[in-house]
Design a protein around this ligand. Structure first.
Ligand code: GTP
Length: 363
C-alpha cells in the first residue's frame, strides 16, 4: 500500500523550534516525529511511502535514506516553492498507483488504517477523510455530513455561532488516483479549500470516517509537549516506546543519575546524560541525549532536546529547550516558554512565561 506524507510546510506555529529543524524531525520522546509516523505506517502494511518536501529537506533524507533501515521504501519528491497540500500530491503523481493514503506530516494518531481502507472500499468513495471530534472546532476545518457517511460541506475555522459539527478533518485521507485529474499541475492547491469542494461540485462521493482514536496535531508548542506527556502517561501509542517501558523512568545508555538526585516520573532520559546531585526531575519530562543537569537544578514538566546544559540551581517549568542550548546557573525559565537551538541563557537570568527565544542568541 502507498502513502504520500506532506512534510513540506514551514511549521511557523512551532517556531522557534522549526527555525533550524523541520517540523517532521522534531523529537518526540527523543526520536524524530517522522520516525514514529513511518513506523506506524509500516505496522499497518503501508510500506511504499512518498515524502513531499520543500522546507529544510536535507535532514530528512539524510536520516531516513531509502527507508530500508526502517522497513519501508521511501521516495522523495521536492517542490521548488510550496505547492500546498493537494498540489504536493499532484507533484508526486508519477509515483502513485490506484488507491493511496495521504497524511499531514504533523498528526500523531493511532487510527486503525486497515479499517479505514475497508470502509473506503465498501463505500466505493473517491475520497475518504478521517474525522476526529474536538471540543472547540473553531480553530479547525469542520466537515459536515449530508447523510452519513457522505460529506456535504467544508467549513474552515467557523465562528462559534456557525459551528454545526464537532467533527474536524483529521488530516488523513484515502484517495482514488483519478481525483488527481482535478488538481492543476505546478499550482498551489489545497485539499480543504480547493480539491474537496471541486469534487463535491462534480458529484464525486467523499466519505467521512469518524473515529475516536487518539489524535493530536503536534503543530504548536503546547500540543508538541502534550503528545509527549500523553505518551508517557499511557495515552496514545507508538511502537518506539513500548508499554513495558511505561515505567516511572527510562534511562538511556551511558547516562548517570546521582544517587542524591530525585526523579519523579514519568521521565525519559536519553543516552550519555548526567543528572547531578540534588537535581529534581519532575515528570512528565523528556531529557534528550547528551544533556547535563547540574547540582540542585529543578526541571519540571519540560522537554529538553539534545546537548542541553542546565546550570546549578536553575529552574525550568513546563518549557521546551532546543539542541545545544544552555541555561545558566540560578536562571529561571517560565511556563510555556520555548528556547530555540544554540541559545545561551546567562547566569541568573529570567525567561518569562510564554517567552520565545530565537536560535543563536544570548539572553
Ligand atoms: P504552520 O505554518 O504552523 O501552519 O505549519 P505547516 O504549514 O507546516 O503545517 P499545516 O498544518 O499548515 O500543514 C499540514 C501538513 O501539510 C504539514 O505536515 C505540512 O508540512 C504540510 N504542508 C503544508 N503546506 C505544504 C506544501 O506546500 N507542500 C508540502 N509538501 N507539504 C505541505
Amino acid at each position: 500500500m502507498q502513502a504520500v506524507l506532506l512534510v513540506g510546510g514551514e511549521g511557523t506555529r512551532l517556531r522557534p523550534l522549526t527555525c533550524k529543524t523541520v517540523k517532521a524531525m522534531v523529537p518526540i520522546l527523543n526520536r524524530p516525529f517522522l520516525e514514529h509516523l513511518v513506523s506506524y505506517l509500516a505496522q499497518h502494511g503501508i510500506d511504499d511511502i512518498i515524502l513531499t518536501l520543500c522546507y529544510l529537506p536535507d535532514t530528512i533524507e539524510k536520516y531516513f535514506g531509502d527507508g530500508s533501515g526502517f522497513g519501508v521504501k521511501l521516495t522523495y519528491v521536492m517542490e521548488e516553492s510550496p505547492l500546498g497540500t493537494a498540489g504536493a500530491v499532484k507533484n508526486a503523481e508519477r509515483y502513485l498507483d490506484d488507491t493511496f493514503f495521504v497524511f499531514n506530516g504533523d498528526i500523531f494518531t493511532d487510527l486503525d488504517l486497515k479499517a479505514m481502507l475497508s470502509f473506503h472500499r465498501e463505500q466505493k468513495a473517491k475520497a475518504t477523510i478521517a474525522l476526529t471530534p474536538v471540543d472547540d472546532p473553531t480553530a479547525y476545518g469542520v466537515v459536515e455530513m449530508d447523510s452519513c457517511p457522505r460529506v456535504g460541506r467544508f467549513v474552515e475555522k467557523p465562528k462559534r455561532e456557525e459551528v454545526t459539527s464537532n467533527l474536524i478533518n483529521a488530516g488523513t485521507y484515502i484517495l482514488e488516483r483519478d481525483v488527481l485529474t482535478e488538481i492543476p499541475p505546478e499550482t498551489r492547491f489545497m485539499f480543504e479549500h480547493h480539491l474537496f469542494p471541486t469534487l463535491l461540485r462534480n458529484g464525486s462521493l467523499i466519505c467521512g470516517y469518524p473515529s475516536d482514536a487518539y489524535w493530536i496535531d503536534i503543530g504548536t508548542p503546547q500540543k508538541y509537549c502534550q503528545v509527549q506527556y500523553d505518551l508517557l502517561q499511557g495515552k496514545g501509542r507508538t511502537s518506539l516506546y513500548s508499554r513495558s517501558r511505561r515505567e516511572e523512568m527510562s534511562c538511556g545508555a551511558r547516562s548517570s543519575i546521582h544517587p542524591m538526585a530525585k526523579v519523579e516520573g514519568p521521565v525519559v532520559i536519553g543516552d550519555d546524560c548526567s543528572i547531578g546531585p540534588h537535581v529534581q526531575l519532575k515528570g512528565p519530562a523528556v531529557i534528550g541525549n547528551n544533556c547535563r543537569i547540574l547540582d540542585g537544578a529543578i526541571v519540571e514538566r519540560s522537554i529538553l532536546w539534545s546537548s542541553v546544559l542546565v546550570g546549578k540551581k536553575a529552574c525550568l517549568e513546563d518549557c521546551i529547550v532546543g539542541n545545544n542550548s544552555s541555561i545558566g546557573e540560578g536562571s529561571f525559565v517560565g511556563e510555556g516558554s520555548v528556547i530555540g537551538e544554540n541559545v545561551t541563557v546567562t547566569d541568573g537570568s529570567r525567561v518569562e512565561p510564554a517567552e520565545k527565544i530565537w536560535p543563536d542568541t544570548e539572553v
